[in-house]
Design a protein around this ligand. Structure first.
Ligand SMILES: NC(=O)c1ccc[n+]([C@@H]2O[C@H](COP(=O)([O-])OP(=O)(O)OC[C@H]3O[C@@H](n4cnc5c(N)ncnc54)[C@H](OP(=O)(O)O)[C@@H]3O)[C@@H](O)[C@H]2O)c1
Length: 345
């Protein structure tokens, strides 16, 4: 066991795109384990967009309260049990829990879930088989009402949520158009994940390319991005289309709404004219679906029908950089940080 607990903390709240100097590794004692608690050692940390919301006081919301300066950055992690004072866990078990960006944490056993390594590699339990995958599953199976042959549009198409959403739509027989940020990523989306088309949001002709790729319009927009990507999709919605507002990562670095004309009248007029349905997605409402989701999606992974790509950054000291990479699209797949000698399944 390491003698100390390394924690990745915030030196200051980032303004705009975070910088590596906003983060700082500090050390603390390994925590004591109370009755009913489990001492765990981190294996993989997730790097998800919601963590950006946690480190921005101006965006504090109920599910993502602001992280105090100097405290470990919050987030789910794959952990290994080091010492258990809970009857449900024993030393060596692999679990998922909200340990944050640190080597060791003592968590209530009741807050942990066991990770079944037989279903998929450990890190996949933070992605396709974790909270992002469940979000995609909820969107595509409960909210999208997508029918075979309809056009489904997915932004952040290779990410933890997007890759699963896009492939579930494809499996339903939909025509799936993804968005990502380079020609190489677009190629991967089409050739490996089976997207029918994928558009590069960094190209100057991006908005025109959406219209060209969706000549009959978009039936379902699975919105993960916000910003210009949202508007390009919204302006191509088909009458009676569904817009799932899952996330708006393009806006998470902004403390305030972007300057410019008020777009609300245009938005509302189009909703009325096209009889669009907008639905907010909140995965926390659907934890009870997890067993069904795990069974179905792990089956698809096992059969080779659902794939994922991970962007693995090595070492807790690089977790801040991993977050910057994810927010700036330099990641190629679901972003995770691998700690020290974590197993690679
Ligand atoms: N509502 C819920 O319950 C729930 C749950 C989980 C996640 N979410 C949301 O779902 C979205 C995807 O989450 P994730 O965990 O799967 O993240 P992710 O896709 O793995 O990572 C974020 C991706 O967003 C894209 N991006 C970054 N800046 C962008 C910009 N300015 N414009 C357009 N795209 C940009 C980048 O992809 P490219 O460079 O490839 O485009 C980046 O890889 C996020 O908005 C997140 O907040 C919501």
């Amino acid at each position: 066991m390491n003698a100390v607990n390394r924690q990745m903390t915030l030196r200051r709240y980032p303004e705009g795109m975070p910088r590596e100097s906003d983060f700082e590794v500090v050390t603390s004692e390994i925590p004591d384990v109370g009755e009913g608690e489990v001492l765990c050692r981190a294996q993989y940390l997730t790097v998800d967009p919601y963590i950006r919301v946690h480190v921005s006081p101006s965006m504090s919301v109920g599910y993502a309260p602001t992280t105090p300066l100097g405290a470990p950055i919050p987030g789910e992690a794959i952990l290994q049990v080091v010492q258990s004072r809970h009857p449900g866990f024993k030393d060596g078990d692999f679990v998922a829990g909200f340990g944050g960006w640190q080597d060791y944490c003592a968590l209530p056993g009741d807050s942990l879930r066991k990770v079944d390594r037989g279903l998929a590699p450990l890190s996949a339990h933070l992605g396709s088989l974790g909270m992002p995958g469940l979000t995609a599953y909820v969107g595509m199976t409960k909210l999208a009402e997508a029918q075979a042959g309809q056009t489904v549009f997915v932004s952040a198409a290779l990410g933890g949520v997007g890759a699963v959403a896009g492939q579930l739509a494809r499996i339903k027989g939909c025509r799936v158009v993804g968005v990502t940020s380079s020609a190489e990523k677009c190629r991967y989306a089409v050739e490996e994940l089976g997207y029918d088309a994928c558009l590069d949001r960094t190209r100057p002709d991006f908005a025109a390319s959406v219209a060209a790729a969706c000549p009959e319009g978009i039936d379902v927009n699975f919105e993960n991005a916000g910003g210009e990507v949202f508007w390009a999709a919204f302006n191509n919605m088909k009458p009676y289309g569904r817009v799932l507002i899952c996330g708006l990562v393009a806006d998470y670095n902004d403390g305030a709404p972007p300057p410019g004309p008020d777009q609300a009248p245009h938005l509302l007029r189009m909703i009325a004219l096209k009889r669009l349905v907008l639905k907010g997605v909140m995965v926390a409402d659907y934890w009870d679906l997890r067993p069904r989701f795990l069974e179905e999606v792990s089956g698809l992974i096992r059969d080779g029908r659902l794939k994922s790509k991970e962007y693995v950054v090595q070492g807790i000291e690089n977790a801040g950089r991993a977050m910057i990479d994810m927010l700036s699209g330099r990641n190629f797949g679901k972003t995770v940080v691998r700690i020290a000698d974590a197993p690679v399944d």
